[in-house]
Design a protein around this ligand. Structure first.
Ligand code: NAD
Length: 487
């Protein structure tokens, strides 16, 4: 798998914070190919050694591993070259092709070329077509394209983008990063269910009462207001990351699965997701926007008062949804999803609540009884907790909850980008978003976008530092959101 890694947007923030450190950590873990060339591209002119210095600084600042010795670091940095490129200038691609070919010759590399577009989505199309037109994409080895969300801003624009990209790359050659799919605990879900007969036996609508998926952030809009104010929680989190988590937890994989199985099963989940009817939208979807509040005892402004946000903006910073999967397996089990900014805790987690084992709800028998919960913590801590009932030794006839849990030590865990770049280099598309999934996700979300556009969905205000608007709690009816401090 010796190859050339061409990075568009190599002077940008994502490259500096995530991509260079990921490549370096793969290198120190001996997961990079034996021989490789990395070519960084940005608008301004820069000498190769100045670029290498920038890469070194990014590793020093952001990498989970530091260089063990100078020689290893120099070997890694020696693979980097830089070329100035304006995405719209065909002659810059010709110059890039010359550099790629020169390095392939010097290092005796096969023509395996990975193109990573760490640039705004408005450039995806022009770059892909120039890769084709310049001959960069005509290789005797493989070529692959890595792109990152947003993949469109609604169903029509996503289809249009895909149509354009497919003129230069086949679906098998496109690796759409959803970095939630690179998180170790998400990659662990299949093993958790299939390698544990205890859980596998209970993994059915006979025993599961409901499934909750939460991704809550404590930060506000930060410096991203320009982008976020036109995107919101619905486009920025829900359509991609949250629905991907839903697919990952709901798919039913055979014991031994391959990437094809994963794609098929994820598609089947999306195809069985009950479409939102016009009349259901307001009873299944809650949108919110944070108002002023307190975080860690300090007052913080509401979204409307954040710098860069349009005056009077109706953008959503929170969404909660109730979804139904009409498959034999999940029929009757509601899936609750919520995500938002400026919430009380930072947590990405999936909670599976099991049904009460008795005919009568257990809590009616004794209000100290709790439901069995399986809590899968995806971030920032990673772990699994099972909530059980035990006899309270001090109070006759009462229960007390006990927790069986394990938390992985976060030290030295591979980051999502490492896992994903490594998979893409090996040609393993298991943990990438296939076009079918992207299209079906937009299709499900489109009625919500339409309702927002027409002003048909109320926007609930919630105080910064809270768990979201009251309407998000009412959405669950008899169920409750299980919060971090419950388990
Ligand atoms: P950035 O603005 O920091 O960097 C953009 C890069 O694009 C720079 O290297 C710049 O030189 C290059 N560029 C811009 N216009 C160009 C042109 N005409 N020709 C050639 N190069 C040009 O952006 P970023 O934060 O690195 O994000 C890159 C992409 O990744 C965006 O689409 C963003 O939405 C996405 N993304 C970023 C993050 C993150 O954490 N920063 C996370 C997820 C997704």
């Amino acid at each position: 798998m010796n190859m050339t890694f061409v990075l568009f947007g190599a002077t940008g923030d994502l490259a500096k914070r995530k991509i260079f450190p990921a490549l370096f950590n793969l290198f120190t873990d001996n997961k990079m190919p034996e021989s490789f060339s990395i070519i960084g591209l940005g608008r301004r002119e820069m000498a190769h050694d100045v670029f290498q210095k920038q890469v070194e600084q990014s590793i020093e600042t952001f990498s989970r591993r530091k260089a063990a010795d100078r020689a290893a670091l120099d070997k890694f940095l020696g693979a980097f070259r830089y070329s100035a490129l304006d995405v719209n200038r065909p002659e810059d691609y010709t110059k890039l092709l010359e550099l790629v070919e020169q390095r392939e010759k010097e290092l005796n590399l096969p023509q395996n070329r990975m193109f990573y577009l760490s640039v705004g989505p408005e450039f995806f199309d022009v770059i892909a077509s120039n890769i084709k037109a310049s001959g960069l994409g005509s290789t005797s080895g493989w070529k692959r394209l890595i792109i990152e969300k947003p993949f469109g801003r609604d169903l029509a624009s996503a289809r249009e983008l895909n149509e354009k990209l497919s003129k230069s790359f086949t679906e098998e050659e496109i690796y759409r990063i959803d970095h939630y799919l690179g998180k170790p605990m998400v990659q662990n879900l299949e093993v958790l269910e299939n390698a544990n007969p205890v859980l596998h036996a209970l993994w059915t609508n006979r025993y599961i009462s409901n499934v909750q998926i939460t991704a809550s952030e404590t930060v506000g809009v930060e410096e991203r207001a320009g982008y976020y104010d036109t995107s919101g929680a619905l486009r920025d989190m829900f359509q991609n990351h949250m629905l991907q988590l839903l697919m990952m937890i709901a798919m039913q994989l055979p014991k031994e699965s391959n990437p094809e199985d994963v794609r098929n099963k994820k598609r089947m989940v999306m195809e069985s997701l009950r479409p939102l009817q016009q009349d259901d939208i307001s009873s299944q979807i809650v949108l919110g926007q944070y108002g002023a509040g307190e975080m860690n005892g300090k007052p913080v402004p509401g979204y409307q008062d954040e710098p860069g946000v349009a005056p009077g903006t109706q953008n959503n910073t929170f969404i909660a949804a109730k979804l139904w999967i009409d498959s034999e397996f999940w029929r009757g089990v509601p899936f609750y999803i919520r995500t938002g900014k400026r919430m009380a805790e930072k947590s990405t987690r999936i909670v599976i609540e099991f049904k009460d084992p008795l005919d009568q709800p257990l809590r009616k028998v004794d209000e100290t009884a709790v439901p069995n919960l399986l809590v899968i913590e995806i971030g920032p801590k990673e772990g699994i907790t099972l909530q059980l009932n035990s006899k309270d030794p001090k109070h006759e006839g009462k229960f007390e909850p006990v927790y069986v849990n394990c938390f992985s030590s976060l030290e030295d865990m591979p980051e999502a980008y490492e896992n994903l770049i490594h998979d893409a280099m090996r040609g393993d598309g298991t943990f990438f978003a296939h076009w079918n999934e992207v299209e079906l996700s937009w299709q499900w979300v489109q009625p919500i976008l339409d309702a927002v556009e027409k002003g048909e969905l109320p926007l609930h205000t919630y105080p910064a530092g809270s768990y979201g608007p009251k309407a998000a709690f009412d959405l669950l009816g008899d169920h409750v959101w299980w919060l971090d401090n419950d388990t």
